[in-house]
Design a protein around this ligand. Structure first.
Ligand SMILES: *[C@@H]1O[C@H](CO)[C@@H](O)[C@H](O)[C@H]1NC(C)=O
Ligand SMILES: *[C@@H]1O[C@H](CO)[C@@H](O)[C@H](O)[C@H]1NC(C)=O
Ligand SMILES: *[C@@H]1O[C@H](CO)[C@@H](O)[C@H](O)[C@H]1NC(C)=O
Length: 417
């Protein structure tokens, strides 16, 4: 009896890892760039040639990603969002790029992006139309999947506008099957739960089997209130959504807006720290051709990216709310822990937080080694459960730390002798 229960539990734990969509992709959170938040549906190439949705924009972004260290830091996907297609399908019923804005066509653009060692993402919609009113894929899943494969596309963001919500699941699953049938590995980014939540709690087991990442909540805006609303939504649904994240499939809280206009530097650090704790895809939406050096340094911070890409592949949780601080923790490989302490008191100056109040601090028994990563990199040395260490956090800023437990091996050895 005991053995049966134990075996069942073991099977449950082991099958966890195999539930993800089996296309070999997104074993770590996706990193790249996506046009939407910064460039939206700007199709006016006559008056605004530098910022309109055109092949030129993605070619320039790809160039900068190679030249300015983005690719080397791990950012790999250059992603097109809505407003790329022509309003008409071609004579064979295939999607085609707007001929004025993409004179070379998408295949040429993919070749260009690949020649830089990067990957190209594209956008379509499960329903009758895209959110901006371009042709949707409903009734054309196999045609569109094959078109994307023929173009050598590497990622599909599949939106959920103009779709009867009761058909969402079927639609997303059918597109996943159509993509699989092409034989090309195409990373599949879904918005299924976002469009289902207003009606019922989505089935995250099914979503994880179908998609490589999935949007749950509203679009990110270039504002601190938007970042806070995403964090609040995530924390208040974490018991439902966090267990479904892991290698092959991730919750997607939407783009990084670091390097734009709406966030202070402290708030940019908060977005970077917490998106990393959430094991979120790191898809920047900003203008890499013109970005302030501090934002660039933050987005390319190798210590933060190492947490994001940690091989254990577990998403973190909000574990405490104390005195207008929020504590978020993400388990890392080798029994390490990442801790983010967000100061939500938006009045006054920097405030201190006593580190031993972090619930996961118990891994410091008997000892641990602490490294602070934000706001500055600092090795904080060896600590114990009784540590008196205080970290100072600016209003709307975040301190990010990693903690490595030190086993009692040496101590025990000393006692023996
Ligand atoms: C298609 O699905 C099968 C079964 O899940 C999987 O083994 C295969 O790698 C998939 N192919 C692609 C191109 O994703
Ligand atoms: C959720 O989806 C899984 C996998 O497709 C299925 O086995 C399960 O029955 C579904 N659960 C519910 C409550 O519908
Ligand atoms: C603590 O971590 C830092 C940074 O990784 C490392 O340089 C240092 O040697 C570690 N100290 C101990 C005692 O493990």
């Amino acid at each position: 009896m005991y053995i049966a229960v134990f075996l069942l539990a073991l099977v449950g734990v082991m099958s966890r890892a195999t539930e993800a969509l089996d296309n070999g992709l997104a074993l770590k959170p996706t990193m790249g760039w996506l046009h939407w938040e910064r460039f939206m549906c700007n199709t006016d190439c006559e008056r605004d040639p530098n910022n309109c949705i055109s092949e030129r924009l993605y070619m320039q972004m790809a160039d900068v990603m190679v030249k300015e260290g983005w690719k080397e830091a791990g950012y790999e996907y250059v992603c097109i969002d809505d407003c790329w297609p022509s309003h008409q399908r071609d004579a064979q019923g295939r999607l085609q790029a707007d001929p004025k804005r993409f004179p070379g066509g998408i295949k040429k653009l993919a070749d260009y992006v690949h020649s830089k060692g990067l990957k190209l993402g594209i956008y379509a919609d499960v329903g009758k139309n895209t959110c901006a009113g371009y042709p949707g894929s409903l009734g054309y899943y196999e045609t569109d999947a094959q078109t994307f494969a023929d173009w050598d596309i590497d990622l599909l963001k599949f939106d959920g506008c103009y779709m009867d919500w009761t058909l969402l699941g079927k639609g997303y699953v059918n597109m996943a099957e159509a993509l699989n049938k092409t034989g090309r590995s195409i990373l599949y980014s879904c918005e299924w739960p976002l469009y289902e939540w207003p009606f019922q709690q989505p089935n995250y087991t099914a979503i994880r089997e179908t998609c490589n990442h999935w949007r749950n909540f509203a679009d990110v805006y270039d504002s601190w209130s938007s970042i806070k609303s995403i964090l609040d939504w995530t924390a208040s649904h974490q018991d439902i959504i966090v267990p479904s994240a892991g290698p092959g499939g991730w919750n997607d809280p939407d783009m990084l807006v670091i390097g734009n206009f709406g966030l202070s530097h402290d708030q940019q650090e908060s977005q970077m720290a917490l998106w990393t704790i959430m094991a979120a895809p790191l898809l920047m939406s900003n203008d890499l051709r013109d970005i302030c050096p501090r934002s660039k340094e933050l987005l390319q911070n190798r210590h933060i990216i190492a947490i994001s890409q940690d091989p254990l592949g577990k998403q973190g949780y909000r574990t405490a709310k104390v005195d207008s601080f929020e504590v978020w923790e993400r388990p890392l490989s080798k029994n390490r822990l990442a801790i983010a302490i967000l100061n939500k008191q938006e009045i006054g100056g920097p405030r201190g937080f006593v580190i031993r109040a972090v619930p996961g601090w118990k891994i410091c028994d008997p000892q641990c080694n602490v490294t602070q990563i934000l706001p500055q990199y600092k090795e904080m040395g060896v600590h114990t459960p009784q540590s008196k260490m205080v970290v100072t956090v600016n209003p709307s800023g975040t301190a990010l730390l990693t903690v490595t437990p030190i086993s009692s091996g040496f101590k025990a050895l000393n006692k023996v002798h």
